[in-house]
Design a protein around this ligand. Structure first.
Ligand code: FAD
Length: 274
């Protein structure tokens, strides 16, 4: 069976916690390899991420995996989080640079994700399987696509085991990215990140920030649906399921769903995939 994983953000209120519990309960039925929990760069979720990872592991019995960002943090904070995650039984981690929150001036001890991967490998050997981020449509701050690919290779050379991509709605971008990576000698699995759509306004905002392209034909269809949430969900699940089918047929080694703590949009895609 193709490995799948789900990503959540750490809840901060009781209402959000209840929502997370409901979603985890439903998505568990799809037997994910792991469920990961994002980390607010600069420490804005310093306690919420470990709490949520622990909740996933102890209350839901799933492999909760923390994201860890290095921007704005110092080595000691990173070391104590790694120690905590080991104590919680984690043996996988998603290692990222993160983005400096606006208004934050602290630059931190580590500048790029490859330095974080190096630190984890130097201090924990092979204890953690390390996932890193990859960008089929190029990271928005990269000089150009090949410079970004060389920077991706730095993370792999530092010891990353696997990569999860930023979301995209264009399979050519993914397949070309994988071909270019293989040509540079990068042989780790590159798992497509899948972003279901339930709120198009929110998706447009995210996409502008992270540099993911929404094809014109999709934006036009969405505009036509206006506030009709059922039609948006139906259309989006359908075309994203087809995107996943093409990715799987072309050799994608797994699928990672950005759930935004909702179960229905990811479940609707998985149902269509059978
Ligand atoms: P890096 O790999 O460090 O790259 C950042 C930029 O710097 C790129 O443009 C790259 O080309 C360039 N670069 C890299 N190394 C070097 C170098 N040595 N010298 C010069 N330039 C270099 N953000 C969060 O805040 N919290 C999360 O939990 C989170 N989870 C994510 C999960 C996934 C799967 C993905 C794809 C993204 C996630 N993000 C998260 C967003 C991510 O933090 C941002 O995209 C961030 O801008 C880059 O992080 P990175 O780890 O890819 O950085």
């Amino acid at each position: 069976m193709l490995p799948i994983s789900f990503e959540f953000y750490p809840p901060k209120t009781d209402e959000q916690r209840a929502q997370l519990d409901r979603s985890v309960q439903k998505l568990k039925a799809h037997a994910p390899q792991f469920m990961s929990v994002t980390f607010g760069a600069g420490g804005s979720t310093l306690s919420h991420t470990p709490e949520t990872v622990q909740r996933l592991r102890s209350e839901h019995g799933v492999a909760g995996v923390p994201h860890l960002t290095c921007v704005g943090g110092n080595r000691e904070e990173i070391r104590s989080l790694l120690k905590l995650y080991r104590a919680l039984g984690c043996d996988r981690i998603v290692a990222l640079r993160g983005d400096t929150p606006s208004g934050m001036v602290r630059s931190g001890d580590l500048r790029y994700a490859n330095e974080l991967v190096e630190l984890i490998r130097a201090e924990h050997g092979d204890h953690f399987a390390i996932e890193v981020a990859a960008y089929p449509e190029t990271h928005p701050q990269a000089e150009d696509a090949m410079a970004d690919m060389r920077n991706f290779k730095r993370k792999v050379d530092a010891g990353a085991d696997s990569a999860i991509t930023q979301y995209f709605y264009n399979t050519d971008a993914y397949f070309r990215f994988v071909d270019d990576a293989r040509a540079l000698g990068i042989d780790i699995p590159i798992i497509p990140g899948i972003m279901p759509i339930s709120n198009f306004t929110q998706l447009r905002r995210f996409s502008e920030a992270c540099g993911a392209e929404i094809p014109r034909w999709i934006a036009q269809r969405m505009r036509g649906y206006g506030d009709d949430a059922d039609s948006i969900r139906e259309f989006a699940s359908d075309f994203i399921a087809k995107l996943c089918e093409r990715l799987i047929a072309g050799g994608a080694p797994g699928l990672h769903f950005y759930t935004l703590n909702l179960s229905r949009p990811s479940a609707a895609i998985l149902q269509r995939l059978g």
